[in-house]
Design a protein around this ligand. Structure first.
Ligand code: HEC
Ligand code: HEC
Length: 245
């Protein structure tokens, strides 16, 4: 083969494989995607939500999102709203760029759409369920104490500090971290991932009424303390000290 032929062969080979495949140069698929352009559900969920709501939407410190009943009860608009705006006063951050978060409106909508597609049930699953309203004012805490004894004490103990279900649900620090709405979610939808049934099955065959739900949430809310996280009485004493002096 002549030198010229060899050279043109090399040039041809180079030209065919293209400059994109030079060693070390990332391919299109390997190029980093701008964070604001990521649309992949697994990437969005794992990077933004899994730390609190659990891998695969379950068994996190915050409520399970991989729960068809919860997703149907809350509804897409509310899921988007909470994700965009967060829940002030709790650990739930605002994700919308307009609220100081890191997700575009398109990303939030895509994330919720896909969450409902993957983890939601069929519309027919919740048809005729007579779902309690998603939002409602607090009821009466005194009736709530009675409701608690009837529907909750069997698992959470007579005073809520723990029974067959581990942990205190009347702990001041716990209650300081959750909103009334989140408490309402737990009573209505339960925590299937942790073994707490929904409002229909706390007592088999005896669903809670809307009033009972509102009352027991008010009872829980009434257990909030002014100085959460401080040793019993200490916060109050130091505060008294201030007003005395
Ligand atoms: C059949 C048993 C059972 C009944 C009845 C029950 N729970 Fe639970 N509940 C559980 C279990 C199990 C957990 C999870 C505890 C854990 O693993 O931390 C739980 C957790 C909770 C939590 C904490 C959830 C969280 O996200 O950490 C609250 C609040 C709560 N229950 C309130 C109630 C109230 C109010 C009632 C009555 C209306 C009630 N529960 C009835 C079993 C029950
Ligand atoms: C740093 C922890 C944290 C991260 C990260 C987080 N959440 Fe939350 N989320 C919470 C907490 C805590 C609550 C309960 C807030 C309250 O008390 O109302 C919550 C509540 C929610 C609720 C409402 C639940 C209810 O019962 O009303 C939705 C929906 C939700 N988060 C979706 C998301 C999505 C989607 C992401 C990811 C884009 C996300 N969260 C990331 C902690 C977090």
């Amino acid at each position: 083969m002549s030198r010229f032929a060899l050279l043109s062969l090399l040039v041809l080979a180079g030209g065919l494989s293209g400059c994109d495949s030079l060693p070390g140069k990332p391919t299109e698929a390997e190029r980093p995607v701008l964070p604001s352009k990521v649309m992949d559900f697994a990437k969005l969920y794992d990077a933004n939500c899994a730390g609190c709501h659990g891998a695969n939407g379950q068994l996190g410190a915050a409520r399970a999102l991989n729960d068809a009943l919860y997703l149907a009860w809350a509804g897409d608009d509310e899921l988007v709203r909470v994700t965009a705006n967060g829940v002030p006063g709790t650990a739930m951050p605002a994700f919308a760029v307009s609220q100081g978060g890191g997700l575009t409106d398109e990303q939030i909508t895509a994330l919720i759409d896909e969450m409902v597609t993957r983890w939601g049930g069929k519309a027919s699953d919740v048809d005729g369920l007579n779902l309690p309203p998603h939002e409602a004012s607090l009821g009466d805490p005194e009736s709530g104490a009675q409701t608690y004894a009837t529907f909750c004490a069997a698992c959470h103990g007579a005073d809520g500090t723990g029974g067959t279900a581990p942990g205190s649900i009347v702990d001041g620090s716990y209650l300081a971290l959750v909103s009334d709405q989140a408490l309402r979610s737990i009573v209505v939808v339960g925590r299937k991932d942790l073994g707490m049934p929904d409002w229909r099955h706390l007592i088999p065959g005896r669903p809670m009424s809307d009033a009972q739900i509102a009352d027991v949430v008010a009872w829980l809310a009434s257990k909030r303390v002014p100085f959460p996280g401080q040793m019993g009485g200490l916060g109050q004493n130091s505060q008294e000290g201030k007003t005395d002096g």
